[in-house]
Design a protein around this ligand. Structure first.
Ligand code: PGA
Length: 339
């Protein structure tokens, strides 16, 4: 085992991660026979097979799984060491592996912009999944840092809040509750709801609020993306609870309103999280420091502010003007007439 090389372990890690010899060969710019040869040598050194094939899929054997955990740790140490050397030479170099929940896609890439400009030697790998998937990645220590709408329960982590995340009730502009003040939550429970998939943090927060008031939402449809939900609201299929950040792109223009419902906005925070005891790489530390500096948020929609009005281009507009409402009603009537 000691004679196996770092290259063999890299090849092994790529196959285990990608589930394919061909894709690993492509990623590492090697031929497939070279990849197979490296794995054969590694398996000989271990003295046990590392993969097994069932149908067209390959799976790690028990020995393979143990070696995979060891390899990831080893490659992690190695990457950290390379970053330390680069730092000693006065350079910030390396890869920042970031996993963020779906809704953070509205601001995380914008946050990364100035950071990458400041540190051109840093590559970023950004994974976007729902809360449940991000928590799995965290438990498995797959990334450097995680962005979540709430720190996980039952996992020992360091969590730092860095930005507000209000959840608001969205409805189509012509909704009967649009423009009404202090709508009781019970009234909202009568509305058909469009909800994110189970496993979504947004959904969990909305369900919690209703549960706390002894109410239940009538879920009419589950959709796996914030954008799809916004379109379905405009299509008149129901109302929803989404992060105000999901309005960052200001679409669909003029066709969505935020309802004034008692208990809303649900004031949440975005947290940057990592497992307690994890040795952060220099690059991850640089990103954490950057997040703590307020100017980094220039250009991020001011969803965290408590006031209803953020800067232009960052909000769903309030109820549209009468002329716009008439135009929208005409457009809807025309759409109905053609279907
Ligand atoms: P989600 O998470 O995108 O999975 O809904 C957002 C959150 O936790 O606030």
């Amino acid at each position: 085992m000691r004679r196996s090389t770092l290259r063999q372990l890299e090849v092994f890690e790529a196959i285990a991660r990608l589930g394919s010899f061909t894709r690993a060969a492509e990623e590492l710019f090697l031929t497939q026979p070279t990849v197979s040869m490296q794995i054969k040598k590694l398996a000989d050194a271990v003295g046990m097979p590392l993969f097994e094939q069932v149908g067209k899929k390959i799976y790690l054997t028990g020995a393979g799984r143990a070696l995979h955990a060891f390899t990831r740790e080893l490659l992690d140490h190695f990457a950290r060491f390379e970053m330390t050397l680069a730092d000693m030479k006065g350079l910030k170099r390396g890869t920042l592996r970031l996993a963020v929940v779906t809704t953070a896609e509205y601001f995380a890439p914008r946050l990364l912009g100035p950071f990458c400009l400041q540190y051109p030697g840093i590559d970023v790998s950004l994974k976007v999944s729902n809360r449940e998937r991000v928590l799995e990645r965290l438990a498995d220590n797959q990334d450097d840092l995680y962005v979540l709408g709430q720190p996980p329960e039952g996992l020992d982590v360091v969590a730092t809040p860095f930005l507000g995340n209000p959840l608001v009730v969205l409805a189509p502009a012509n909704h009967p509750l649009a423009g009404k003040k202090k709508v009781p939550l019970g009234r909202l429970a009568d509305e058909p709801f469009l909800m994110r998939e189970s496993g979504s943090g947004t959904r969990a927060a909305a369900e919690r609020l209703f549960r706390e008031h002894g109410l239940e939402m009538k879920v009419r449809m589950e959709l796996g993306s914030n954008e799809a939900i916004k379109q379905a609201i405009v299509g008149g299929l129901g109302v929803s609870v989404l992060s105000r950040h999901s309005l960052a792109l200001r679409a669909p223009v003029g066709e969505l309103v935020i309802l004034d419902v008692v208990g809303f906005p649900i004031e949440r925070q975005w947290y940057v999280v990592y497992p307690a005891g994890k040795q952060l790489s220099i690059v991850a530390r640089a990103f954490l420091d950057y997040l703590k500096r307020a100017p980094a948020f220039a250009g991020i929609p001011a969803a965290g502010r408590k006031t209803a009005d953020a800067g232009p281009g960052s909000e769903a507009p309030a109820r549209p003007r009468a002329s716009e409402r008439k135009a929208q009603a005409r457009a809807r009537a025309a759409r109905r007439a053609t279907t």
